[in-house]
Write a protein that binds this ligand. Structure first.
Ligand code: PEP
Length: 262
């Protein structure tokens, strides 16, 4: 088992296409105020593009980071409707989600596009959170490891193993996202261990220091069980991140688990 102290847990909130300006302001403020007690974990929020200036305004010089849910390739150009990594950096983003399953499924981002975005994010000096996951049909056909292996390999081929020092991986089984179904801690741990094993085949140091988050209907009441697993280094939270109390309770679970393991 890897030593967890090599990896600071992270709780990240993916707001998706949610929140009015007023609601975003209230949510960011409540999270910021509630999170001041946490010292053992990293916290990041991912509001929509339009709320990033608000995040920068309210979170600058606090311990909470912010990032975007998506980005496009290059720095600037004739790509109507798109936002570049350089623009995100301009608004203080440290992180960007890459390859979320909704981007892969609804916006047809294939392995090649996800790999290109991963490379572009690193070139912009952003820290990507690379999302991986299998569908229910793939799990039922015993294809989970094949699918995750393919998603990982195409990312490693694109940016090289050492780039993963700057990348966070999020295992998000598609069947658990927004469905209320969560992978059991054992199911999640088994895939996380598989992911770490693949990295270890390339570089043990990178594998042991890389954070692998779990995502898929994480809530306050299932978070502690997940965070207690050896290879689960935090969570990428969708629905529950839109409610400050729920999100902070998940942060609290991560903080407590980490302190108990120290
Ligand atoms: C997500 O969208 O990344 C996610 C994990 O969503 P939820 O927590 O709502 O399942």
């Amino acid at each position: 088992m890897q030593k967890r102290e090599q990896r600071k847990p992270m709780v990240a909130g993916n707001w998706k296409m949610n929140a009015s300006r007023e609601a975003a302001q209230a949510l960011i403020t409540a999270i910021q105020q509630g999170a001041t007690a946490f010292t053992a974990i990293d916290i990041a929020i991912f509001p929509s593009f339009v709320h990033l200036p608000l995040a920068e305004h309210l979170l600058k010089n606090t311990a909470i980071a912010w990032g975007a849910q998506n980005m496009y390739l290059g720095t600037a150009g004739a790509f109507t409707g798109e936002v570049s990594g350089a623009m995100l950096v301009d608004y203080g983003c440290q992180y960007v989600l890459i390859g979320h399953s909704e981007r892969r499924a609804l916006f047809h981002e294939d392995l090649t596009m996800v790999a290109a975005k991963l490379k572009a994010a690193l070139e912009a000096k952003l820290k990507p959170i690379l999302c991986l996951g299998e569908t229910l049909a793939e799990r039922e056909a015993n294809q989970t490891e094949n699918v995750i292996g393919m998603q990982l390999q195409s990312a490693i081929d694109a940016v090289g193993i050492h780039a993963f020092n700057q990348i966070v991986v999020a295992y998000e089984p598609v069947w658990a996202i927004g469905t209320g179904l969560t992978a059991t801690p054992e199911q999640a741990q088994s895939v996380h261990a598989f992911i770490r094993k693949i990295f270890a085949q390339h570089d043990v140091v990178v594998a042991n220091s890389m954070r692998i988050l779990y995502g898929g209907s994480v809530k306050a009441d299932n978070a502690t069980g997940l965070f207690g697993m050896a290879d689960i280094d935090g969570a990428l939270v969708g629905g529950a991140s839109l409610d400050a109390k729920s999100f902070l309770a998940i942060c609290q679970a991560a903080e407590q688990t980490e302190i108990a393991m120290e």
